[in-house]
Design a protein around this ligand. Structure first.
Ligand SMILES: C[S@@+](CC[C@H](N)C(=O)[O-])C[C@H]1O[C@@H](n2cnc3c(N)ncnc32)[C@H](O)[C@@H]1O
Length: 310
């Protein structure tokens, strides 16, 4: 890349990140007010796995999956955990409530108001001595290496430079540390008639780095993170099926509305996301990576493509 292309790429990254920041600055309060997420303080999908009957448990399902995967790597010892794209702190608050005092966490969000709300939540629940929330980008983490685990729930899809985000995650993890990712992934190729839906997903959901699990894992591998577990959670999402004509009409109306109106982007993006699942070009997956250099169990030492499918 010559200097001009590099400058243009950096500028595009900065602009994409600014749009994501703005999106969460405008919408977070509304998500918490209308999304029934005040109790869990999560801004992510409810997963209705077998045996889950309450929305609170469905919202905490991915938190618990991530906690189990991190614990498996950390054992009973003290732990430093970093949440890359922490929202208003739901995941770290959940871990703090279920781990000993020697588990500590740092949450990073691009949205300053989310960082403030998360910190207030930590104070209200008396976890402020164990949890810290900061406004920062996961592309350039203002923390030294040494974390035992990192978690990223529905946040890396927004990365303007996914390779850089994964390199930063790898940098801050100690050898053998784990990265848990739960997010939307592409099932290639998205059908051609998905184009307006694709636009809704890419543009309105701020899906800046849509990848298949295999591509994501290859990028992670080049950052030094090996995929050791993958699980498809798509069948546990509750999707609202709409006749195609109605979904198309709703999308057309949504795309015609001013994007600056609160909830327009999230509703259009959410509609596109649902269509992606129903039409089979998206999957919601849980991935666990391990940084080389720890006492990895044998099962962890296989190529990314052969990672354990549960
Ligand atoms: C859908 S929310 C998920 C929040 C949280 N992980 C949860 O599950 O409740 C996406 C989060 O990613 C964060 N995010 C997006 N881009 C980011 C970046 N470049 N650096 C840090 N955080 C980012 C947003 O600020 C937001 O907190």
């Amino acid at each position: 890349m010559n200097e001009q292309t590099t400058d243009a790429a950096v500028k595009a990254d900065i602009e994409a990140e600014a749009r994501v920041r703005e999106y969460y600055e405008v919408n977070t309060r509304l998500f918490l007010r209308f999304g029934f997420e005040r109790e869990t303080m999560t801004i992510h999908r409810a997963v209705w796995a077998k045996g889950i009957w309450h929305r609170r448990d469905a919202l905490n399902y991915t938190n618990q999956l991530a906690l189990d995967a991190m614990r498996e790597g950390i054992g009973d010892g003290p732990a430093e955990v970093i949440d890359l794209g922490c929202g208003v702190g739901g995941s770290l608050l959940y871990y703090a409530g279920r781990t000993p005092e020697n588990w500590r966490g740092v949450g990073v969000t691009i949205s300053p108001s989310q960082a403030r709300t998360a910190m207030r939540n930590a104070v209200a629940r008396r976890f402020h001595h164990r949890l810290k929330f900061i406004e920062a980008s996961y592309l350039d983490l203002p923390v030294p290496p040494g974390f035992d685990a990192a978690v990223a729930i529905e946040s890396l899809i927004h990365a303007s430079d996914l390779g850089q985000a994964l390199r930063e995650a790898a940098r801050v993890l100690r050898p053998g540390g784990r990265l848990v990712v739960i997010d939307d992934f592409l099932l290639f190729p998205p059908p051609a008639d998905a184009t307006p839906w694709w636009r809704g997903f890419r543009g309105y959901w701020h899906a800046n780095s849509p990848r298949s699990v295999d591509d994501f894992a290859a990028l992670a591998a080049s950052a030094g993170l090996r995929l050791i577990e993958r699980r498809d959670l798509t069948s546990n999402l509750r999707l609202i099926w709409l006749p195609k004509w109605l979904a198309n009409a709703m999308l057309r109306v949504g795309l015609a509305l001013p994007r600056s109106l609160p909830l327009v982007e999230s509703q259009v993006g959410g509609l596109a996301l649902q269509t992606g699942y129903l039409d089979g070009w998206l999957e919601y997956a849980f991935l666990v990576f391990e940084k080389a250099g720890g006492d990895a169990p044998e099962a962890a030492l296989q190529p990314a493509g052969q990672a354990a499918q549960k």
